[in-house]
Design a protein around this ligand. Structure first.
Ligand code: SAH
Ligand code: SF4
Length: 405
C-alpha cells in the first residue's frame, strides 16, 4: 500500500490496514511503510458514529433527516457485524449510504504494532487520530478470552511500581477510543456477534493504561455501548473495572454501569499505601474499604477483587498477609496476588515464589481460593503495569500538515 506523503493519513485507506498482512505476508520494507503510515495524524472532518450511545446515535441520525429506525440499522452494522464501511450496509439504499459516508465515519484506532507472545497473549500498540498511543492486550485462557483495555494515554497517578505512571503525556481517551479497542480486537480476532457462537473475546478488564475512574463519563459510555444486547452484547458480569481507589466515583460506577470492581490495594497500612499508591493520601484505606462495603450490587456471588502486587521486602511479610485478611473482613471479596512485573528502571523486586506461596497460604486458610495470578505475555512486556507508550506531542511538520488541511 502506498500512502500519500503529505504528513497526514488519508482516511479511506485506514481500514485496509490489517496487522495480519503486516505480520505474515508483507516484507519488512512494506511493514515499515505501513507502520509509518499508521504513525501519521489523521484529519477527517466527518463525525464519528463510534462512541455515540444509542440515544445519541438516534438523535444524530434523525437530525440528519433520516428516520429513527435507520439508527437501529446502523447500530446493528457497527456493533453486531463490525462494519467499517457504509457500502457494505446492504439494507440501506445506495444514495443513503453515499449520503452517510459523506458526513459520517466509523472509526478504528490504527495498529502501530502487534506482538504475539509465546503463551498466546497479543499486545497491540494503537494510535489515535491525534497521534497519541495506548496499548491493548488480549489474554486467551481455556474457558474465556479477556481483553485488557486502556482508559487514558498514560496516567496522572504515579504509583511507584507502575510503568504507566512514568509516562509524561496524559490525556483521557474518548468513548470512541475506549470501545474502539474492543472493535479493533474483534476485527483482528474475529468474533463479532454476527459470526455466531465461539466468541474468542468474552471478557473485558479495564486494567490497561490509565485510571478509569478519572475518565468515568467516557468509560461508562463505552461500557454501556459494549453491553448493549443488540450490539456487542458483552455481559456486565464479564466486565471488570480496576481502580487505584478513586473513592468518590465508586458508587456511581456501581450504580450507572454495574460492572465488577477490582481495587488496587497493594498495602495494608496507610504508611505503605501512601508510598505505593499515592492517591491513598487523598482517600486513605478506611474510606476506600467503606466505599467497597457499600458498592452497589455487591454480594457473595459478585465479589470485589482486591489486587495486591508482591514486592520483595515491602508488603510481602506474613504479618502483612494477616493484616490483609483482617482489613477486608466482611466484604465479599476475592484476592489477586500479582507477582511484580519489573520494567526497565523499576525500583522494586518481585517477592520470591516461595514467599508468595507462604503469603498465599495465609489467605487460603482464611478462605480465599487460588489467590495468585499467573503473569501473561511477559516476553512481550504485556503483563500488568508494564504498559507504557512513547506518545508525543505532534512535531512541527505534523502540526503544519494538520493546519494546512
Ligand atoms: N489504574 C488502574 C488500572 C490499571 S493497572 C489501577 O491502578 O487499578 C492494573 C493493575 O496492575 C493494578 O492493580 C496495578 O496496580 C497493577 N500493576 C501496576 N504496575 C504493576 C507491575 N509493575 N507489576 C504488577 N502489577 C502492576
Ligand atoms: Fe495509574 Fe493504575 Fe499505574 Fe497507578 S497502577 S500509575 S493508577 S495505571
Amino acid at each position: 500500500m502506498v500512502a500519500p506523503d503529505d504528513g497526514i493519513a488519508h482516511v479511506p485507506a485506514m481500514s485496509t490496514i490489517s496487522t495480519e498482512t503486516v505480520n505474515e505476508i508483507t516484507p519488512d520494507a512494506a511493514k515499515a511503510e505501513l507502520y509509518a503510515f499508521a504513525a501519521k495524524p489523521v484529519v477527517d472532518p466527518r463525525s464519528d458514529l463510534v462512541g455515540l450511545e444509542r440515544a445519541e446515535l438516534e438523535s444524530v441520525i434523525t437530525e440528519f433527516g433520516l428516520p429513527r429506525f435507520r439508527a437501529n440499522q446502523l447500530w446493528h452494522w457497527i456493533y453486531h457485524r463490525g462494519a467499517v464501511d457504509f457500502d457494505l450496509m446492504t439494507n440501506l439504499a445506495k444514495p443513503i449510504r453515499a449520503q452517510l459516508s459523506e458526513s459520517f465515519r466509523i472509526s478504528r484506532p490504527r495498529v502501530v504494532s502487534r506482538q504475539d507472545s509465546s503463551d498466546g497473549t497479543i499486545k497491540w500498540l494503537l494510535r489515535f487520530d491525534d497521534g497519541n498511543e495506548a496499548e491493548t492486550v488480549f489474554i486467551p485462557e481455556d474457558d474465556r478470552g479477556t481483553l485488557c483495555i486502556s482508559s487514558q494515554v498514560g496516567c496522572t497517578l504515579t504509583c511507584s511500581f507502575c510503568h504507566t505512571g512514568t509516562q509524561r503525556l496524559v490525556r483521557n481517551l474518548t468513548a470512541a477510543e475506549v470501545v474502539g479497542q474492543v472493535l479493533l480486537a474483534l476485527d483482528e480476532l474475529g468474533g463479532f456477534p454476527s459470526a455466531g457462537v465461539n466468541r474468542r473475546l468474552t471478557n473485558i478488564v479495564l486494567m490497561g493504561m490509565g485510571e478509569p475512574l478519572y475518565n468515568f463519563e467516557n468509560v461508562a459510555a463505552a461500557m454501556r455501548i459494549a453491553m448493549d444486547g443488540e450490539g456487542l452484547a458483552l455481559s456486565r458480569r464479564r466486565i471488570t473495572l480496576s481502580t487505584s481507589g478513586v473513592v468518590p466515583m465508586m458508587a456511581r460506577c456501581g450504580a450507572e454501569i454495574g460492572v465488577n470492581l477490582a481495587i488496587s490495594l497493594h498495602g495494608t497500612t496507610d504508611e505503605i499505601r501512601d508510598e505505593l499508591v499515592p492517591v491513598n493520601r487523598k482517600w486513605p484505606i478506611k474510606d476506600l474499604l467503606d466505599a467497597c462495603r457499600s458498592y452497589p450490587g455487591i454480594n457473595n456471588a459478585r465479589r470485589i477483587t482486591f489486587e495486591y502486587v508482591m514486592l520483595e521486602g515491602v508488603n510481602d511479610s506474613l504479618e502483612h498477609a494477616r493484616q490483609l485478611v483482617a482489613l477486608i473482613k466482611g466484604i465479599p471479596a476475592k484476592i489477586n496476588l500479582i507477582p511484580f512485573n519489573p520494567w526497565p528502571g523499576s525500583a522494586y523486586e518481585c517477592s520470591d515464589p516461595e514467599h508468595i506461596e507462604r503469603f498465599a497460604q495465609v489467605l487460603m486458610k482464611a478462605g480465599y481460593a487460588s489467590p495468585v495470578r499467573t503473569p501473561r505475555g511477559r516476553d512481550i512486556l504485556a503483563a500488568c503495569g508494564q504498559l507504557k507508550s512513547e506518545s508525543h506531542k505532534l512535531n512541527r511538520r505534523e502540526q503544519r500538515a494538520v493546519a494546512a488541511e
